[in-house]
Design a protein around this ligand. Sequence first.
Ligand SMILES: *Cc1c(COP(=O)(O)O)cnc(C)c1O
Length: 360
Amino acid sequence: MSHDDGLYAPATRAVALGRPERHPGAPVNVPVTFSSTYVADGEVSYARTSNPTWEAVEEVLGSLEGGRALAFASGMGAVAAVVGLVPVGGVVVAPRHVYNGTTGLLDELRAAGALSVRRVEAEDVSGTLAACEGADLLLIESPSNPMMELADVPAVVRGLRERYAEARPVVAADNTFATPLGQQPLTWGVDVVIHSATKYLAGHSDVLLGAAVVSPERPDLLERLHTYRSLRGAIPGPMEAWLVLRGIRTLHLRLERAEASAQVLAGRLVDHPAVERLRYPGFGGMLSIEVAGGVEGAERVCRATRLWTHSTSLGGVESQIERRRRHPLEVETVPENLLRLSVGVEDVEDLWRDLDRALT
Ligand SMILES: *Cc1c(COP(=O)(O)O)cnc(C)c1O
């Protein structure tokens, strides 16, 4: 199967791509290539530039998103590389609510005088467009972490092209929550998709990896991100890449179950007496609830669950619950009593009983 064989459905490509060439006796899985150097006069000379195991995961992820993927050491490695596209003194437009590591990075760069940041509301298309005047980079995260707000990405991209033409900023979308099976931002005209592959793509809470997937229309950005990765050493290990590749093989199965269960849970949580507000965008396996009893009430729920683990991160086979404001980096507009739920692949009735009991 070739890299650009778009005839197959995403589930098939998730399973079939990134395999060694088929010939009698060949392994069906790509080997984990542990080598820092290569014999001279070949295409590759040193492993900070490329590695066959990364290339396999990049092939699959690139195909699923519809672009060219570059694997990074973690999701933040990919975010930092994309922010690194901004020249010194440049302007970044970012929503008020994004992953708190992204907020932390932007705050630090701003404090160092490296760039300035304009904050916008994710759902406000005209406000976002106005803020992009003279900007170098627009960051999008939809659904947003942990507020689950949706941005109208096609309308934003269209508006930018109409209003600013060539002078528009680079548009990057963090697609960690939706995964390429939920939405493909490159098809809406976004330039770069960012992933924390640590989450759904890997899917087992056992590895960190990130990726940037670049639009086929922006080979210039692909080259700059590749150079960034090589020169900053923001590279994943081959074993990590292999684990993520193995995770992607079952992404569609895990996500299908997580989404079906999240829909059941959302339907019940919305009427639960201990839930003040449900935030569920209608798709995917992530939801947030604001619970009665303020900080203490929320902390109590996290202590009371047995099946749901009170832990950070998301997208694993095991269900997780977290009070996001326990992190100092989380912005103050995220309610103190907000719990973020990552629905795993356990039996949904077991998940409901555990949550219902903890809430009550
Ligand atoms: C976790 C996360 C990141 C950071 O990824 P790491 O792999 O932890 O470095 C970035 N964006 C979103 C939306 C995330 O959830």
